[in-house]
Each structure stands twice: as C-alpha cells, then as structure tokens.
Design a binder for this molecule. Structure first.
Ligand SMILES: *Cc1c(COP(=O)(O)O)cnc(C)c1O
Length: 386
C-alpha cells in the first residue's frame, strides 16, 4: 500500500468556486460568543439581535429602514407586495437572472415580463423598459447581477416617466455603489439575500428588505408576521417570514468584516484582470467609474464556437478547478415560463450570456497562488479549444 501511495501522482489541491470553511476558522471565536448569547437568552424570533441587525444594515445600505425576513426571495416578494403589486399586474425583470427574481413576482399572482440585458454588464438594458411595458405594468426589478450595479439613473428615469415602481434585487451586490450611493438605496424597495454563499452569508436561510419609505417598512413588518397589526389582530393574510435570532447574531458578526472582505474581493478581481488581460476569446467583467463592482462572482465570457465554454469548464475541472455557470438557462426558456413553446431567439443577449458565462473561483480567502493556477489553466484551456 505504501508503495502505491508513493508512486501515485502528487494530488493537486482542489480549488472551489467558493469556500466557506476558511472564513469560519477565522471567525469561530466571535461567532461562538454571539451564538452563546442567543442560546442563553432562549429568545429566537423577533428579538434584540434581529432589531440590531436591522439598524446596522439600514445604516450600511444608507436607507432609513430595514426589515429582516426569512430569505432573499421573500424579501423580493414582500417588497413587491408592499409596493402594491398584485394579481394581474406586470413586472419587468431581466431574462438573465436567478429564477427567484421572477418567482417573487409569480407568487403574488403577477406576471413577470422579461427584458433583455446589456451584454457588457449582464444587467437589465434600460431601453427595454419602454419597449416591454403595457398598461398593466406597474413595476420594474433591476438585478445587480454578480455584484455590479445596474444602470440605475436611466432605469429610475424611465420608470418615473412611465409611472413604474422600482424594486431592486440586491441579492448579489450588498455594499456596491452607484454614483457613490449604495445599491438598495436606489429604488423604492430592495431585497437582499443572506444565503450562505452570498457575500454576507448566514448559516442557513435569511434575507432582508431595505427602503427609505416608512410606509413600506411598516407594511412589511405586518406582512412578515401573519399580517398582524397588533397582538393576535390580523388585518390581512400575511406570511410567516422572519429572520431568526441565531442568523441575526451570525450576520452581525460578519457585517463587521464585510467591507474588508469586499476590498479583498476587489483586489482579487484586479489580479485576475491583470493575469487574464488581452487573451483572445475571453472577455472580463467590466466595472465603470460610476459603478463599483463588489465581485460576488468574477464572471468571464468565453467566446467562440458553440459549446466552447463547456469544454473550457471541463478542462479546468480536470485540473481540480471548479467553476460556476450562473445561469445556464435564461428565464424565458425555463419550462415554467416557456409554456411548451419554443421561445428561443426572444432575448438574444440573455441566451448568448447563458452559453458563454463562466464564473471563476473568488472568495476573500483565495490565495494569489491559487489565482495564478486558475489563470494558467484557463489560458491553456483557451488555447486547446481555439
Ligand atoms: C440568491 C438570489 C436570490 C434569492 O435569495 P434566497 O435568499 O436564496 O431566497 C434572488 N435573486 C438573486 C439574483 C439571487 O442571487
């Protein structure tokens, strides 16, 4: 046995797209103290940790209010509901996003109306708002995909001109800035996800909505707790969607580190930019002077023949490097939304993105060494698939 082991090829260290254990190792002490406090209090729902997190997160996002919820999808759903979206209404949403952006709309009996994306940013193409709106459209949901803010000035201007409410899907971009202002503070209401792999991740499901409107915040506090306006007084059918004290305690610890992590992600992105610049068939994520990217994901585009992205992906996997494809199927081609029709060709930029995007490993603890390995493997894979 020993001989066999010695003869075996030196196994290469695997590199994951996102790795959470290293972060936990550095936070373990702080987290355990925070959890202990909750356990000793035996107060688990709507307690002091949640209230403090709401205050801290509102301050972080430059908004007047924050309301803790069970997950990011509920944060979007309840935000839309509080903005008056209901049965029969239409909400414009990009065709290229996580399916939850649209599910939040469907849950209210409303209809998601898909819009194409800007190929340079993967975000909603603002011009689509006027092209897609009908008399039934009442809201638009830009998604700050991968951590890059959508073009919010133009979106807000077009929304205002057409009488639409803007609800931001900020699940992937907490802390990003658009013209100096934090994402989440740019629309009427905003949903944030604390899914464990998000930049600010809980140890389970959790989410929050932020807003500058007292009316919307009050409405959501009622909706998240069975529509109760007083103790055991319900004025409408609500949800059970509350952020629990355990998650709030974890998130309060992590929030203190978020800016450091974001800066490290940005430094990693600059390193990738440098290592990967000028390669044919590869296009890199693009921030802009007025849009700060927080690199929830570092997503490149693999251009070229059909199927090349998947071949590149396989070659990287063979060298122990995991990558992600967010998202391989645009929403209009999901069985849920295609209604059995062949909708290919309706949103060409969304379709092209779904065939070309590849997200490289990025998380704060990723070492320069491992980034070097990723870049080298990607260069080789591009050469091999040329
Ligand atoms: C993660 C995510 C959501 C949903 O958040 P959950 O907390 O998982 O419910 C919604 N939209 C986008 C773009 C996301 O990435």
């Amino acid at each position: 046995m020993r001989d066999q082991n010695q003869g075996a090829k030196k196994s290469v260290e695997k590199i994951a797209v996102v790795e959470l254990r290293e972060q936990y190792r550095t936070l373990r002490g702080e987290i355990r103290v925070a959890l202990d406090e909750v356990l000793e209090s035996q107060q688990f729902i709507l307690g002091p940790q949640g209230a403090l997190l709401e205050e801290e997160l509102a301050a972080y996002c430059d908004t007047r209010h924050a309301v803790g919820l069970a997950n990011g999808t509920d944060a979007l759903t309840l935000s839309l509901a509080a903005c008056g979206v209901g049965p029969g209404d239409e909400v414009i949403v990009p065709a290229f996003t996580f399916v939850a952006s649209a599910t939040a709309i469907v849950r209210l009996g409303a209809r998601p109306v898909f819009a194409d994306i800007d190929p340079a940013t993967f975000n909603l193409r603002p011009e689509e708002i006027e092209a897609r709106r009908t008399e039934r459209t009442i809201a638009v949901m830009p998604v700050h995909l991968y951590g890059l803010p959508a073009e919010m000035d133009t979106i807000n201007e077009l929304a205002a001109r057409n009488g639409l409410t803007v609800v931001e899907d900020n699940a992937q971009a907490i802390g990003a800035r658009y013209r100096g202002r934090r994402t989440g503070s740019l629309g009427a209401a905003c949903g944030i996800s604390f899914y464990p792999t998000k930049n600010l991740g809980a140890y389970g499901d959790a989410g929050m909505m932020v807003t500058n409107s007292e009316e919307i915040a009050t409405k959501i506090r009622c909706l998240r707790d069975h529509g109760q306006t007083g103790k055991y007084v319900s004025s409408e059918a609500g949800w059970n969607s509350r952020l629990d004290e355990i998650q709030a305690a974890v998130l309060r610890v992590k929030l203190r580190h978020l800016d450091d992590w974001t800066m490290t992600r940005q430094a990693h992105a600059r390193r990738y930019d440098k290592l990967l610049s000028g390669l044919a068939g590869l296009s890199l994520p693009r921030a802009a002077p007025h849009k700060e990217h927080i690199y929830h994901l570092y997503t490149v585009r693999i251009e070229g023949k059909a199927g090349r992205r998947d071949r590149v992906r396989d070659l990287l996997a063979a060298r122990g490097i995991s990558t992600g494809v967010y998202y391989p199927v645009p929403l209009h081609l999901q069985p849920l939304y295609s209604g059995g029709r062949d909708r290919r060709g309706e949103f060409p930029m969304a379709e092209q993105a779904s065939e070309q995007v590849l997200s490289l490993p990025i998380f704060p603890e990723l070492s320069d060494d491992r980034m070097g390995r990723v870049a080298e493997a990607l260069q080789d894979a591009l050469r091999e698939t040329d």
